[in-house]
Each structure stands twice: as C-alpha cells, then as structure tokens.
Design a protein around this ligand. Sequence first.
Ligand SMILES: [Zn+2]
Length: 385
Amino acid sequence: MKSLFLFLLTFFVFQAKAQIKFIYDFECANVDTAISSACYQTNTICFSPKLDSINTENVWFYFGVTGFRRDTIITVLMDYNNKFYPPNYPVVSYNGKDFFNVRAFQRNHLNHFYIEPKSDTVYVSTGYPYSYSRLREFVSSFANNGLLTIDSSHFTQGGRRIYCLTATDSIVKKRHKKNVWIIARQHAFESLSNYVVEGMINYLVSHQESANKILSRYIFKIVPMVDIDNVVSGQSGRMCYPRDFNRDWDTPIRSEIQTIQKWINKTPKRRYDIFLDIHCTYPGGSITNVFSYFDIYGGGSCTDNLTRFWQRFYTFAHYRPKIIDDTSTYPDGMSADFYNARKYKHLQFSTTIECDWNVNSRGRVWQIGDYLNLGENLLKAIPSN
Ligand SMILES: [Zn+2]
C-alpha cells in the first residue's frame, strides 16, 4: 500500500513538473510565445509564427522544443491564416543542424505534422534555415581565393557587415568583360535562396573548364544576403514595415538598398549585362512545381534573351521554371528587377527567380543539394561565347 502511495505521489509530482518547453534563444528563431502552447499528456505542440509589423506574413517559424514525452509521437499544430503560408514540407532536426522534411496536412486552419521523439530536443522550421553566421563562415572560407574578392566594408542599419563578392579571372583585362549582378535574400524568410547562391559561388571557384570560361568573360558581383538584420532576428521580412526591401528600389529608405544601388551604379554602363534577384515562393499552397521566374518585359529582345537563357538552363538541369508574366511593377513600390531593367535599358535581361519549397518537377521534395545544383545550372546557362 505504501509503495503504491509513493508511486502515485511520484507520478503526480512528475506530471505536475513535466512541461514541454519552447527554445527560441538562437539566431533566426521565430515563434510567438504569447500564443503557443503545449500539452504534455497528449504530446501536442500548438504554435503560431510571430505576427507583427515585420512579420505581416507570419510565414517563418524556427524553434526548438524539449520536455516532451519520448514514448509517443509528437503532434505539431501550426495556426495559420493564409493557405500560402503553412509549409507542406516543414523541416525537423534532432540536433539543430541536420534537418529533414516531414509531410504536413492542412485541416481547419491548422497545419498538422508529426515527429518521432528520437532525442530530448527537436527543432522545427518552415524550411531549411540559412543563418547570417553560416554566410559569414562560407564567405570567410574564400578569404585567400584568387578568383574571389570580398568587400565587407559596408554595414546594415543594425551594424552588420553586408557582403559583396566579386568573382572573375583577374588575368583577363577588365575592359573585355561584362558584369552580372546577383542579389538574394531581400526577404528574410526565403532561406533557400542562400543555398542557390552557395551553389553559384562553389561553381565559380570550382576550376571546371566551363566555370573558368565564364570567369574570363564576366565579372560576377554577388550580394548574397540583403535583409541581414531580419535574417538574424528571425523575422519573416516580406511585406514588412516601413517598406518591404523589394519594394524600396525607386526612392530607397533602406540604407542596404542605397548601398547596393551605389555599387551597381559604379559598373560601367556598357559592361553591365544581366541582373538576377533570387527569391522563394511561399511554402504553402500547391505542392507541385512552382519554381518560376518573372518576365517583366512581355515581349521583345529581353524576353527572347530570357527564353534562350532558360533553354540553355534546361540542357543542364533537364527541368524548367514556370514563367510569371508581370509587366507592371508593384503599386506599393518598385522591385529590384524593374529598377535595374528601367535604369539600365541595354541589359540582356533583368529577372527575379522564385525557388520552390515543395515538390520539384521530378516529383521529389527539393533538398539542399538540389538548390546548390540550381545555382550551378543558373550560371552554366549564362552564355560563355
Ligand atoms: Zn521574396
């Protein structure tokens, strides 16, 4: 009898103390702790990403949980208010570093997914996270690379270094070369675009014959992360106040955009050839291939150049993006592709590329390796003769 009493006492004390805890004290983390809740008995976590002036589209979440039961599956419920925001394939990690996709299902304004409790702590996110720290580490690994120079002399509004990388074959004289400008991560939650940029840079310094060829013909100027401050603090970023970074190009209020415009403007006009802005679609909605690019010209020689670019891309990648025909810039502000197309009319083309979070054209969920390959194939599609 006494032992039963002790067992019951221990059980109830344990139950009273057992509590699932959210972890969000790390770079890029986002969860609305005022709304989120957890139930130990049912091993269920219910959460919402933050919704405020910087997270107007509360699409990005990234947090850890601990203190859950290890004897039954964890149910995760994401509260959402727009069908394009809840990911169909969120990612999960047991160590905070290596992530894998799980399938999610939307019912009654809750995005449901399930996690096997294989470790004491699990991390979940909208998609594969890519932090500013990772970017800094990646960039610094090229400090002594003869093909790449790094300008980090300019800062964000929050005082962090903005990187502008230049890749070219410096033995070939500058006046024979054209310039390709590439920017990414104007919207902080669009983490996948940074894997694409990694793929591009890895290819440029790979010493492959085709890479050497384009380095002798072009100067690649790459700003891999634009909205650094919101990436670090884990904000969604897109449509944030006072103005979305990619609506800020006509009369910029963002110092980051002003800096990038000054850099681009230093390019000799006749030598500036192509502008690429790498983004991501929303992670929800259709799960079929939504990898796409914008044709902002609606016909003419730039549209023809874009078509040829994607035909060349197809010969390397064996899949192609959908076209978004959009010949008018946004009413709430000018985007980077329109700014560059209008200011530099002689460009071969200026375009925005939207990477996908869901199922690719081969029926597989996009993985980090696919994004790296996408970056490589985008540069292979640039004409080398
Ligand atoms: Zn975007």
